[in-house]
Design a protein around this ligand. Structure first.
Ligand code: IPM
Ligand code: MG
Length: 378
């Protein structure tokens, strides 16, 4: 498969910045502060295209403007803050912007690292950082998210609604392969999470393809767990997981639980990847727009900053990505489980902790093209 975009260290990367709604602009501003710090310490640059998409633009234009989506499509990667605002009914922008971008850009692998970082208090009393380090690989284009189905007699006592789960072998195979490749870079273990005892058709396809693809990776150990038990084990024994691969809806639920056990949704990052690099991949904190605290400058920007680290890693700037991840760890250790404090101060503190290469050279990284990024560092 040809890569349409390079993962080239030292290049000028074209980054779409989509702050969105609610606390989105606040956490993105903090992440951009950290990006500035990284650019001043490593030898890469970004050209930034700011996107106005969000609730205000939607209300002004009566929808999501195609030309704005086209502008994003030209970038190498997009950093998104959050979308959603009470001025629009719940779900409109989620479907018409976020899910649309995931689908139109074919961002089929949704990566959600779950890692208890040093200094962070997990609600699980006994878990240590060594026991909580997993990568959720969520299929991001199908399942119940296709909105297939329909309803008759809506509002009446005879109402019937159907909501179908779409599962194609094509989509299942590619995300399973992605998960196995990810495991090669980690602890070489993949768990399939599904509900094959009840969801006979979808589960059957996932299980058969999982077994077939596992046979191509004899060095990787595998496990299968039903989704309900998988949630239980995530709380009682997170150390059993390395890479967890699952469908869109199970992944949505499981990864929020993961966000909780790693210290909170404010610390959680995600990547929506097109691993073929034909479209820009999209990086976003897992949290929503939190209208209740928007404008108060108190949102924790760590999830957005770690999403930036994932973005840079994917673009080939692995050292900068690791540097940001380390700076976040330093910051969290200093925070010592306390509250996050003002958003701008957290951004400034992490930016100040970003340490560049010990012997910087203006030529460093300029001439080398890194191997395609594996983006599994965090
Ligand atoms: C997420 C969110 C979205 C999803 C919503 C906002 C549509 O919960 O990114 O996990 O369900 O995928
Ligand atoms: Mg979710």
């Amino acid at each position: 498969m040809t890569d349409c975009r390079d993962a080239e260290t030292g290049a000028t990367h074209h980054v779409g910045v989509l702050p969105g709604d609610g606390i989105g602009p606040e956490v993105v501003a903090a992440a951009v502060q950290v990006l500035d710090a990284a650019e001043s310490r490593w030898y890469f640059r970004t050209r930034r295209s700011w996107s106005p998409l969000g609730t205000t633009a939607y209300l002004e234009h009566g929808g999501v403007e195609q030309q704005e989506v086209d502008r994003l499509a030209e970038t190498d990667a997009v950093l998104l803050g959050a979308i959603g605002d009470p001025r629009l009914p719940a779900g409109v922008l989620e479907r018409e912007l976020l899910l649309r971008l995931r689908r139109e850009f074919d961002l089929y692998a949704n990566l959600r690292p779950v890692r208890l970082r040093p200094g962070v208090l997990s609600p699980l009393r006994s878990v240590t950082p060594a026991e909580c380090d997993l990568l959720v690989v969520r299929e991001n284009t199908e399942s119940l998210y296709c909105n297939a189905g329909g309803a008759v007699h809506v509002g009446g006592t005879a109402e019937i609604a159907t909501q179908e789960s779409i599962n194609s072998r094509h989509a299942v195979d590619r995300v399973l392969r992605f998960a196995f490749e990810a495991a090669l870079e980690r602890r070489r273990h993949v768990t399939l999470v599904h509900k094959v005892n009840v969801l006979e058709y979808a589960g059957g396809l996932w299980q058969r393809r999982f077994d077939a693809i596992a046979a191509e990776y004899p060095d990787i150990a595998t496990a299968y767990v039903h989704v309900d038990a998988a949630c239980l084990y995530l709380v009682t024994d997170p150390g059993r997981y390395d890479v967890v691969v699952t469908d869109n809806l199970f992944g949505d639920i499981f990864s929020d639980l993961g966000a909780g056990i790693q210290g909170g949704i404010g610390l959680s990052a995600s990547a929506n990847l097109d691993p073929t690099r034909c479209a820009p991949s999209l990086f976003e904190p897992i949290h929503g727009s939190a209208p209740d605290i928007a404008g108060r400058g108190v949102a924790d920007p760590v999830g957005a900053i770690l999403s930036l680290a994932l973005l840079l890693d994917f673009l080939g700037e692995k050292d900068a990505a690791q540097g940001i991840s380390d700076a976040v760890d330093d910051h969290l250790l200093a925070r010592a489980g306390g509250p996050s404090g003002a958003t701008v101060e957290v951004g400034a503190d992490i930016a100040a902790r970003v340490v560049g290469p010990s012997v910087p050279s203006p030529l460093a990284g300029r001439t080398e093209t890194s191997a395609p990024s594996r983006y599994f560092f965090p």
